[in-house]
Design a protein around this ligand. Structure first.
Ligand code: KG4
Ligand code: ZN
Length: 364
C-alpha cells in the first residue's frame, strides 16, 4: 500500500460475535484519521441466556448464525451503502467464545473473498482500547482502564498494536463480579445495571473489604469481595428489598474505592514512564464504564492526577461492532490486513510480554 492510499478515506464493515451480542456496523475513517459511525446494529440475545444466569457458549454460537446475516444487511441499509462501497471487512477474532468468533470470522472472510477486499482480524480488546479515537479523536498515548464482563486491565496504549499492561485482575473481571453479586442477591442477568439501579435506592452502610488497596502494582482482585458480600447477605437472610439495596450500594462503594486506588497508582506509573511532556488522558472502556458511580469516582481521580477523563458513550462502551470496524480501519490505514488463515483465538493478550500474575485465572 502506498502512502497516498494509506491516507485515503476508508469505509469498513465490522462484525462482533465474541460473546452474546450479534453486531454489525459500518464506520468511515477520513483521510485525517477521524471516525464517523454510519450504522451500528446490535442484536442482543439476552432472553436466550437469562434462564441460565449467564451466557451459554453453544446457544450463543447458534444464535449468531441465525442473527448475523440480517444484522449485516441492516448495517449496510442503515448506512445507505451497498457491498461494493466497503473497502474492507473486519471481524472480532478473539479473545472470546470460540464458536461465536468462528461464526463472525467465517462470515467476514467469505464477504472479503467475494468482494475482493482485505480481511482484518481484530483483537476485541484492542477494539475497546481504540474506541476513544473513534468517539473523541483522541491521539496516542493514553492510559486505558478496560473493565468488562471478561476483562479488567490497566494498559498504556502507545499506538495501534502497541500496549503495555500495567495491571490486571488476579481472579474475577469487574463485570463478572457485578454479575455474580447480582446473582447471589437474586437480581437478573446481566447484573451490572441491576446492581447500579438497586444501589441508588440504598446506603453504603455494610462493611465490605477493599482488596488490593495500596499495593504497588496496579492489579485487581474481586473474588474476596464477592465472598464477603455473600456472607453479609447470608447473615441478613431473608433479604428485604431495602437490605438488597444497601448491599448493592456497599458493594458498589467498595468497587469504586478499589478502582480509584488502582487507577491512581497506574496514573503515577504512566507519568513516571512517559515523562512530563506526555499527554495525560485516562480512557475508560468496556461495559462497566457505563456505571455512573464509577465514572464519578474516576472523574475525581483523573482531575486529582491532572488527567483528562474520556469515557465513550454507553452504547460504544458495551460490546458493539462499530469499535471492531474502527479498529479494522485503523489497522488497514497502516497497511495491516490478515489472510484467510487467520485463526479465531479464545485468548489473545494485548501485551504478550506482560509477566504472568500470581494466582491468576487471568482472562487474556
Ligand atoms: O464490554 P461488555 O459489554 O462485554 C464484555 O466484553 O464482557 O461488558 C458487559 C459487562 C457485564 O458484566 C455487565 O454486568 C457490565 O458490563 N455492566 C455494568 C453496567 N453495565 C454493564 N456493570 C456495572 N454497572 C453498569 N451500569
Ligand atoms: Zn467487550
Amino acid at each position: 500500500m502506498t502512502d497516498s492510499e494509506k491516507s485515503a478515506p476508508l469505509t469498513m464493515l465490522g462484525i462482533e460475535t465474541s460473546c452474546d451480542e450479534t453486531a454489525a456496523s459500518v464506520v468511515r475513517r477520513s483521510a485525517d484519521g477521524r471516525g464517523e459511525i454510519l450504522s451500528n446494529v446490535v442484536r442482543l440475545q439476552l432472553d436466550l441466556h437469562a434462564a441460565y444466569g449467564g451466557v451459554v457458549p453453544e446457544i450463543a454460537a447458534r444464535a449468531h448464525i441465525d442473527l448475523l446475516d440480517a444484522a449485516v444487511r441492516q448495517a449496510l441499509a442503515d448506512a445507505k451503502l451497498g457491498f461494493e462501497a466497503v473497502d474492507g471487512v473486519a471481524a472480532a477474532a478473539g479473545p472470546g467464545l470460540i464458536g461465536g468468533l468462528i461464526v463472525g470470522m467465517t462470515t467476514a472472510k467469505a464477504m472479503a473473498l467475494g468482494l475482493e477486499r482485505p480481511f482484518i482480524a481484530v483483537n476485541h480488546l484492542e477494539a475497546h482500547a481504540l474506541s476513544a479515537g473513534l468517539t473523541d479523536h483522541l491521539g496516542f498515548p493514553y492510559l486505558l482502564l478496560l473493565v468488562s464482563g471478561g476483562h479488567t486491565q490497566l494498559l498504556i496504549v502507545k499506538d495501534v498494536g502497541s500496549f503495555e499492561r500495567l495491571g490486571t485482575t488476579l481472579d474475577d473481571a469487574l463485570g463478572e463480579a457485578f454479575d455474580k453479586a447480582a446473582k447471589l442477591l437474586g437480581l437478573p442477568y446481566p447484573g451490572g445495571p441491576e446492581v447500579e439501579a438497586c444501589a441508588a435506592r440504598g446506603r453504603p452502610t455494610i462493611k465490605l473489604p477493599r482488596p488490593m488497596l495500596g499495593r504497588p502494582e496496579p492489579h485487581f482482585s474481586f473474588a474476596g469481595l464477592k465472598t464477603a458480600l455473600r456472607q453479609e447477605a447470608l447473615a441478613r437472610a431473608p433479604l428485604s428489598d431495602a437490605t438488597v439495596a444497601d448491599l448493592c450500594a456497599s458493594f458498589q462503594e467498595a468497587v469504586a474505592e478499589v478502582v480509584s486506588d488502582r487507577t491512581t497508582r497506574a496514573m503515577d506509573i504512566y507519568a513516571a514512564r512517559l515523562g512530563p511532556e506526555a499527554p495525560r488522558a485516562l480512557v475508560v472502556a468496556g461495559g462497566v464504564a457505563a456505571n455512573q458511580r464509577l465514572k464519578a469516582a474516576l472523574q475525581a481521580v483523573a482531575e486529582a492526577g491532572g488527567f483528562r477523563l474520556v469515557v465513550p458513550p454507553p452504547d460504544l462502551c458495551t460490546d458493539n461492532a462499530a469499535m471492531i470496524a474502527w479498529a479494522g480501519a485503523e489497522r488497514l490505514a497502516r497497511g495491516l490486513a490478515d489472510d484467510m488463515a487467520a485463526p479465531a483465538r479464545a485468548r489473545w493478550p494485548l501485551d504478550p510480554d506482560a509477566p504472568p500474575v500470581l494466582g491468576a485465572g487471568v482472562k487474556a
